[in-house]
Design a protein around this ligand. Structure first.
Ligand code: SAH
Length: 474
């Protein structure tokens, strides 16, 4: 895997400044060991008029497999072989992106003590990736890079030059040029978009991938016409994560907009996403909320950013998840005021718990499917019968959508710990029955793109307590 970054210049602004900007001396070749191979940085040319840095990544497929990072999901029998015999060493553009962020981390943040003015300025840049796996081909490459200010030359690479009749491979030779971007912006575009084009991130996606995406996408990803595709591909289609990231991006977009624009965007967002995003009933007067089965605390973190939520309680049975959540939220370093708004509690939703009584709203996001079916009535009673929040939002995967996840062998549940996954009809039947027995009304909404045939990836039920409605009407 190979890419080059070139800067043009003249006597006044020598191109060799690239060495300062990348924090890598043009005069020496350097190597960096990474967990999946070795990255080399060297300069094929270094003159005043033009300076080119090359990043070469030699991956070690055996190391990838040993670390469990080369593992595909699903575990089909021949996947064992595919782990070793694949194009990873040649075309691991996801790994190249990871290497890029490791080797050029300061440059990616725009830090350069020696040439601060050059780091902050748009530069005449050229980037070349001779063999880039591009699912979606040249048109998608253009759709991703052109809106960001790049001139794009993406040429399909033939499978075999001696046998043109075999057609094109799934690779393109990519050349990007721009005079309007800083080096940091350029690197952050590559960091996000190379894996998006590769679309085969064979190592595990961790929860902090969302944070990384938000950080690298700052300033350009919110508002990109292909934002949704970029986000969902980047996160390897793990829908619950994708959804959280998109919600967070929505918030960023609103925060970035002028006051005058806010209303307009608010409306546009509402229109665009009404059918596919969960309605945000939480915002409707809910100040004290429960995140039941909060996991690693992503939603708690989002809710904390909104000052309308005065009390946010995250509950989970897993101490490990709560520890990670506490670290994510930086609970130990939080100011008194913030800290008074949030609390993490260990507890099982299969038991009634006095601490959870009397809240405005509760969310169970991708939680019910983690309980054994025979335990579900216990959760129903604890939440709807005992805690009785005024509003309850429950989401769970829609099993019908599983045929759309390309990497998922049909008929398998998505997550190792899912005890069951329901069709839309099964979820409706369950929710309607729960609502009936506990005095709630229930409405349904899709989460994610609503496929005409199989429905959305995730389904949502919104329960509203009946007494509440009557009280309001009176
Ligand atoms: N709500 C988060 C996490 C979903 S994963 C999200 O949407 O991303 C499901 C979570 O439910 C896990 O963290 C698991 O520990 C928790 N869980 C499973 N059974 C539980 C139970 N009986 N009581 C409380 N939490 C439970």
């Amino acid at each position: 895997m190979f890419l080059t970054i070139s800067l043009s210049g003249d006597a006044a602004n020598p191109a060799t400044d690239l060495g300062y900007l990348l924090h890598k001396h043009p005069g020496k070749a350097q190597r960096f060991s990474t967990s999946y191979g070795t990255a080399h940085v060297f300069y094929p040319e270094a003159g005043d008029a033009r300076c080119t840095a090359a990043l070469l990544l030699e991956t070690d497929p055996a190391a990838l497999v040993r670390r469990g990072k080369g593992k595909g999901r699903g575990g089909a029998p021949d996947a064992a072989l595919a782990q070793y015999v694949n194009d990873r060493p040649y075309a691991a553009s996801s790994l190249l992106a990871v290497a890029l962020s490791g080797v050029f981390s300061s440059a990616m943040r725009g830090v350069c003590a020696a040439r601060p003015e050059r780091a902050a300025a748009p530069l005449p840049l050229r980037i070349e990736v001779p063999a880039l796996p591009a699912r979606g081909g040249a048109p998608l490459v253009r759709a991703l890079f052109e809106p960001l200010g790049w001139r794009v030359d993406a040429e399909p690479v033939p499978l075999d030059t001696e046998f043109p009749q075999w057609g094109d491979s799934r690779y393109v030779r990519l050349v990007l040029a721009s005079e309007t971007l800083t080096l940091a912006e350029a690197l952050r575009h590559l960091y996000v978009l190379l894996p998006v084009l590769d679309d085969a991130k064979h190592y595990w996606v961790s929860a902090d991938e969302v944070d990384k995406l938000l950080r690298a996408g700052e300033g350009w990803l919110p508002g990109h016409p292909e934002q949704q595709l970029i986000t969902s591909r980047y996160l390897s289609r793990r829908w619950s994560l994708t959804r959280q990231a998109r919600e967070a991006l929505e918030l960023v977009r609103l925060a970035e907009a002028d006051d005058s624009e806010v209303e307009e965007i608010d409306n546009a967002v509402g229109e665009e996403t009404e059918a596919e995003e969960k309605p945000t009933p939480l915002a409707a007067g809910a100040a004290r909320v429960l995140d039941l089965g909060c996991g690693q605390g992503q939603l708690v973190q989002e809710l904390l950013k909104d000052i309308r939520f005065t009390e946010i309680i995250g509950v989970d049975v897993s101490v490990r998840a709560l520890t990670i959540a506490a670290r994510r939220l930086k609970l130990d370093r939080m100011g008194e005021r913030q800290a008074s708004r949030v609390q993490l509690m260990q507890g099982s939703l299969a038991y009634t718990d006095k601490r959870l009584k009397g809240y405005d709203a509760a969310v169970l996001s991708e939680v019910i499917e983690h309980l054994d079916l025979p335990r579900l009535p216990a959760l129903e009673y604890a939440v709807f019968g005992h805690a009785r929040p005024r509003t309850v939002v429950v989401t769970t995967p829609n099993v019908e959508y599983n045929v759309r996840w390309e990497t998922l062998p049909a008929g398998h549940v998505r997550h190792g710990d899912h005890r069951f996954e329901w069709t839309r009809a099964e979820f409706r039947a369950w929710a309607t029955d729960v609502a009936e027995r506990h005095g709630y009304d229930v409405e349904f909404a899709p989460v994610g793109p609503d496929d005409p045939e199989v429905g959305p990836p995730t389904q949502l039920a919104l329960f509203t307590i009946r007494a509440e409605k009557e009280a309001k009407a009176a």
